[in-house]
Design a protein around this ligand. Structure first.
Ligand SMILES: NC(=O)c1ccc[n+]([C@@H]2O[C@H](COP(=O)([O-])OP(=O)(O)OC[C@H]3O[C@@H](n4cnc5c(N)ncnc54)[C@H](O)[C@@H]3O)[C@@H](O)[C@H]2O)c1
Ligand SMILES: O=C(O)C(=O)C[C@@H](O)[C@H](O)[C@H](O)COP(=O)(O)O
Ligand SMILES: [Zn+2]
Length: 348
């Protein structure tokens, strides 16, 4: 169930009532503890006892150490199989919380309460949970669906602009892979703010939900949701390794530029739409200097991509605005050219 919360959080309370949990755990990070918990707690009406579990904020904490910490808290506080986890946060909290919940005692129930644009439109939906390990993004994880995804756009009011823009990248991705009108709507927004983007959140969520409903375990069409991520995740991992993190959405924006150019090089898309896509993404997102990374190092990481099979890198590439093909095998020289294309964009 995906539903927008009213200001009294009635649907959350009703739903918790229905689930009748033995205990509720509310997972937050430092920022959602300060900004979102004070909105949730006065509205939470339940007979079940609850505990707050806090992790440090940031991608560097989406790891096994945080997971262990949470499992230990569950054990100490005697969480049983009827316990319920509320993931109140961005994609780090929903990915990590979902992972911890789906593995503790072989699975307890969880509800996602996304607080970033990225988590609302993407991470909270679709049941991919996980953690990063040895600098590889989401390399350990499960497919496990939340009982509900309840979103409240008011949470976005305290979000930094950089994080809002990061979520906007995944929304643009949804337009590019599946809905040209959504791409047009999003790229027509004059100034990105919580209010200006709010009318388009629902459509973005629907696109993600529609794709996932056709292929939950990512055997085929779900791979289109990974457009921009083959190169984006590789670059994100290299920055993580250097201890110099970049927001996930910025890595995806970079990845979408490279992979749009790759779509052009492989003859899938015409020059005009590819130029439109690249110039619009370039205008919206900061240029990321990747000159420190050799193309071969970026490529090495792509071999760990979860879409791959039989030692081949499988790309998801667009064949027009609003349309995407998966399992595309491309010439290695073209991958190198796409990376060089991005590296040279700074001088263009
Ligand atoms: N499972 C999926 O399908 C999926 C999809 C897309 C991305 N992801 C993952 O999601 C993660 C990125 O998510 P994210 O961009 O939400 O990052 P995040 O969870 O790190 O949140 C970004 C920052 O915003 C802060 N924050 C969150 N809500 C806030 C609020 N309302 N007000 C003020 N500050 C707030 C957080 O503390 C953090 O500092 C990555 O790990 C990515 O791999 C997963
Ligand atoms: O839900 C999906 O499927 C996606 O690919 C959405 C992506 O935006 C997201 O970043 C996802 O976590 C990537 O998954 P991964 O399998 O490439 O780690
Ligand atoms: Zn993503």
């Amino acid at each position: 169930m995906i539903k927008q919360l009213d200001k009294d959080f009635t649907s959350l309370n009703e739903f918790i009532d229905l689930l009748s949990p033995s205990k509720i755990f509310i997972l937050v990070d430092e920022n959602t503890h300060d900004h979102c918990l004070p909105i949730l707690l006065p509205n939470l009406v339940t007979d079940a006892p609850f505990e707050i579990v806090e992790i440090e904020a940031g991608e560097e904490n989406k790891n096994i150490h945080s997971a262990t910490q949470i499992w230990e808290i569950f054990t100490e506080l005697e969480a049983d199989r009827k316990a319920l986890l509320l993931n109140l946060g961005g994609g780090v909290v929903t990915d990590l919380g979902g992972f911890v919940a789906s593995t503790y005692k072989r699975g307890i129930r969880f509800i996602n309460l996304p607080t970033t644009l990225l988590a609302m439109c993407d991470a909270s939906i679709g049941g991919k949970t996980g953690i990063d390990h040895i600098y590889l993004k989401n390399i350990i994880g499960t497919f496990a669906l939340p009982e509900a995804i309840l979103f409240y756009p008011e949470f976005l009011k305290t979000l930094d602009f950089t994080e809002l823009r990061s979520g906007f990248a995944e929304m643009l991705k949804h337009g590019l892979i599946a809905d040209a009108a959504h791409w047009k709507d999003l790229t027509s927004i004059e100034k990105l703010t919580p209010d200006s983007v709010a009318p388009f959140i629902k459509r973005s969520m629907e696109i993600k939900e529609e794709v996932v409903s056709k292929d939950f375990k990512e055997q085929n069409v779900r791979k289109i949701l990974n457009f921009g991520h083959t190169i984006g995740h590789a670059v994100e991992s290299l920055f993580m390794k250097n201890g110099n993190l970049i927001p996930h959405g910025e890595a995806v924006a970079l990845g979408m530029i490279c992979e749009t150019h790759l779509s052009l090089l492989t003859g899938l898309i015409e020059l005009e739409p590819s130029s439109e896509i690249i110039s619009k993404i370039k205008r919206l997102f900061p240029y990321i200097d990747i000159s420190q990374f050799k193309n071969a190092a970026i490529m090495d990481l792509m071999f760990n991509d979860k879409k791959n099979a039989g030692g081949h890198i499988n790309f998801s590439l667009i064949n027009g605005i609003g349309s995407c093909l998966f399992d595309q095998k491309v010439n290695v020289d073209h991958i190198m050219m796409a990376l060089d294309f991005y590296k040279e964009l700074n001088n263009a």
